[in-house]
Design a protein around this ligand. Structure first.
Ligand code: ADP
Ligand code: G6P
Length: 493
């Protein structure tokens, strides 16, 4: 059956597991950048989303959600363990993030990864209309573009990597490096977050596959594959509108009151992941408490760390270490009714997140390595009154776009402490100038500019692009022109 001209393919479907008795199904907005980025675009666009429904065994029949058709791909317990938890999240994920944890290699994981990628490709081949655009997302699905091209040469295939693409010396460690590169080259366009990643990819293709490659184009089998940087973004206007809502403002005041009306609120919001630098941040914070530079009476740290990939050993160990350290710091420095760290592991809805962003005088986003980091962008978008200091790791993709943030190297403990103090005690005029510049950047470089840049580069300058970016239609013509030009200028392809 052919049923859509746009097919998004991602490891996860973006919808809630639970379906209401009337058959209605809610968007999940599960913590994670990929769903956060694509959700606002697709919710009113006829499209099909192919992905895993979040549980093993036979696939549920899912209703359409806001016009998006959900096509679940079944995974067995072995697929989940060996492909998602194993090859994707214990081999590729650590390797792609500077090997901050040791990547693990098992032949069984590679077999499962191939099997699962093939199943995804077959499902897409089933549902895509003739000549449809298929947009494959992220490191779980490196092999899908080439498998799909074999099955359906009529399709226009894009691939986008949300995470960093590592330098050749790291990627070369992968036993199946050639197959992974060839898999991606099945696409017409391979997009990355940063130009450096595209450069790494081109170098590897030339070295491993001996193909002609520049940072913009690669030749393979008589075709040209375009490559380029397309920094992903957020729905800036949506977050700003949410943060400006009176009930969200009231919730933020209430939160400050509940926190004991401290002079400074520092906030961090992460998935519980070893790439996010949570332990380094806690260590820096503890040292500032020990030295007396920070006092529990006037400063609180709110650390939101929602558990992630909980069956993967490295994630379990991280959670144990983080919780031990939070307990230790609260035991040493907290007072009755006044913990040093407010530690929360729950998922929050968007309004609660916006209220948290509004209450944070300093937002500490200090990953050891991150493809982009949308939390940093959400914080900026939520600071509608131009207040608030963003402490940002140099190793987050967002740092290239937000140089006005207080930039730090999270590996440098002293530098991290100095950065935190600088952000805490910055002059209000300095904070305001920086925030204003960052908000202006995100106003133009939002999620619609991203999708327009990517799909234009994929040679679809028609109806599809207009449909996906239609919210721009309400903007004044001058602004529309500027954002289109900005988007085109950034394609790099
Ligand atoms: P990653 O994709 O590695 O998780 P990002 O910062 O790019 O990192 O994206 C994380 C996304 O998940 C953001 O949109 C953020 O709002 C969301 N998120 C993070 N923690 C929570 C939470 N506790 N509840 C709800 N959403 C969350
Ligand atoms: C990152 C990855 C996404 C992933 C998300 C959440 O953003 O780039 O592909 O969906 O983390 O991780 P999870 O394993 O829960 O899907």
């Amino acid at each position: 059956m052919r049923d859509s001209s746009l097919v998004v393919v991602a490891n996860r479907l973006p919808i809630d597991d639970s379906i209401a008795p009337d058959g209605a199904c809610e968007w999940r907005r599960s913590p994670g950048g990929l769903v956060s980025a694509l959700h606002p675009l697709l919710r009113h666009t006829p499209a099909t989303w192919v992905g895993w429904a979040g549980s093993v065994g036979p696939v549920p029949t899912l209703p359409d959600v806001d016009g998006v058709r959900m096509r679940p791909v079944p995974l067995t317990p072995e697929d989940l363990r060996d492909s998602y938890e194993g090859f994707a999240n214990a081999t590729l994920w650590p390797l792609y993030h500077d090997a901050v944890e040791q990547p693990q290699h098992h032949r069984r994981w590679w077999e499962a990864y191939q099997r699962v990628n093939r199943r995804f490709a077959e499902t897409v081949a089933e549902v895509a209309e003739p000549g449809a655009v298929v947009w494959v997302q992220d490191y779980h699905l490196h092999l899908v573009p080439a498998l799909l091209r074999e099955l359906r040469p009529d399709l226009r295939i894009g691939f986008f990597l949300h995470v960093p693409f590592p330098p050749p010396e790291l990627f070369m460690q992968l036993p199946r490096r050639a197959e992974l590169l060839r898999g991606m080259l099945g696409a017409d366009l391979v997009g990355f977050q940063r130009a450096q990643a595209a450069h790494n990819f081109a170098q590897l293709v030339a070295k491993v596959l001996d193909l002609p490659a520049t940072d913009r184009r690669i030749g393979i089998d008589g075709r040209v594959v375009r490559i380029g940087a397309f920094p992903v973004s957020i729905d800036t206007a949506e977050m700003a509108a949410l943060a400006a809502r009176p009930d969200v403002a009231a919730r933020a005041s209430r939160l400050r009151q509940d926190l004991g009306r401290p002079e400074h609120v520092i906030l961090s919001v992460d998935r519980m992941d070893y790439t996010k630098g949570i332990e380094q941040r806690l260590k820096a914070y503890r040292e500032l408490l020990v030295s007396g530079h920070v006092k529990v009476r006037d400063t609180v740290l709110v650390q939101v760390a929602v558990p992630s990939r909980e069956r993967v050993g490295q994630y379990q160990e991280l959670r144990e270490r983080v919780e031990r350290e939070v307990g230790r710091i609260n035991g040493e420095f907290g007072r009755v009714g006044e913990p040093a760290i407010h530690y929360l592991t729950q998922p929050f809805d968007r309004a609660e997140l916006a209220a948290l962003y509004r209450v944070a005088d300093v937002m500490a986003v200090t990953p050891l390595r991150d493809g982009m980091n949308l939390v940093a962008k959400e914080y900026v978008a939520a600071r509608v009154d131009d207040t608030g200091a963003l402490l940002l790791s140099e190793f987050a993709g967002a740092a290239a776009e937000l140089p006005q943030a207080y930039l730090v190297n999270p590996h440098d403990l002293e530098g991290l402490k100095e950065g935190l103090l600088a952000a805490l005690h910055a002059a209000p005029t300095d904070v305001r100038e920086r925030m204003r510049a960052m908000r202006a950047h995100l106003h133009e470089h939002d999620i619609r500019a991203w999708v327009r840049a990517y799909l234009n580069a994929l040679d679809r300058t028609d109806v599809l692009v207009d449909r996906l970016t239609s919210a721009d239609a309400s903007a004044p013509p001058a602004q529309r022109d500027r954002s289109a030009a900005a988007a085109e200028g950034r394609t790099g392809a």
